[in-house]
Design a protein around this ligand. Sequence first.
Ligand code: UFG
Length: 332
Amino acid sequence: MILITGGAGYIGSHTVINFLDNGKDIVIFDNLENGHIETVQTLQKLGNVKFEQGDLRNIEDIEHVFEKYDIDAVIHFAAFALVGESVENPAKYYRNNTFGTLNLLDTMIKHNVKKIVFSSTCATYGEPEYTPIDENHRQNPINPYGASKLMVERIMEDYDRAYGLKSIKLRYFNVAGCDSQIRIGEWHEPETHLIPNILKSTFKCEQPFKIFGEDYDTEDGTCIRDYVNVEDLAEAHRLALDYLNRENKSDVFNLGTENGDSVKNIFDTCEKVLDKKIPVEVAPRRAGDPAKLYANAKKAKEILGWQPSRSIQDSIKTAYMWEKYFVEELQK
Ligand code: UFG
């Protein structure tokens, strides 16, 4: 079986669907702090999905999973991922993202499970020295979230040398969209991300969408990011595990579309795709936002054979359908 930590969360749950579609049996391990039991229940209707509620900060919780199931490999998502929160409460990030992962890795070694795909982030690079950012770009995170993930990358390298643990580190850029059949979607409380926030402003009683700063050193003054579709991203995890099974070699890959879109660009595209006027206002800059981040993802394309194929319009459409379903059905 494949163990997917954080499988009840946004990217984790989409990856569960991809693995199920490829005939795999899954154990989800999640503390449900950010993940949702409703998501697990939906996934359990789609295939062989076992669920274990637990927290990586308690080593007994994860030990229990390795004793109960025959695990072949681990896909590790479970983490906190809000940059601003990590600055205010770094202990939460180092305890969960770093120390929790150490518990996971030690348990893997104990049970002789030596393959892991890890969700890392472009936040490990910090302020970019050049764009597009490739995997050799210097890593100098500017917030505890990025640092907590970078520490794990380093631990994994040492665990490879010492214990033969093979890891693929996937450094995501921004992630968008949801399952094309709208069975699951992006469900964060509170929501801080760009596209869901724009879409939420289209529903009655929601506040106007706020652009955080239009005085950046970019063409239209708003921040540029690389928005990769979540189903494309999920596919990269399966390819990464195939690669580990085939080559038994650790490596690291950026995952992004290689296109930079500004906040205004994304906003305009939302209005076009939905054919709606969306209320908007300009607000001050949000602390810690770099002006421009987008990926050079050639390595993932060449070595993993990854081909992100869904457009930003596809991501906006599915995200909107999910928001609509969420507002009309799930939040009744
Ligand atoms: N933005 C707005 N208004 C909003 C929300 C976002 O203008 O209501 C802007 C942000 O200021 C930023 C851009 O939209 O310029 C993207 O913001 P997101 O919050 O969607 O994404 P981030 O780039 O801040 O964060 C993402 C992931 C993090 C990861 C980070 C790496 O969510 O986990 O990329 O840079 F660490």
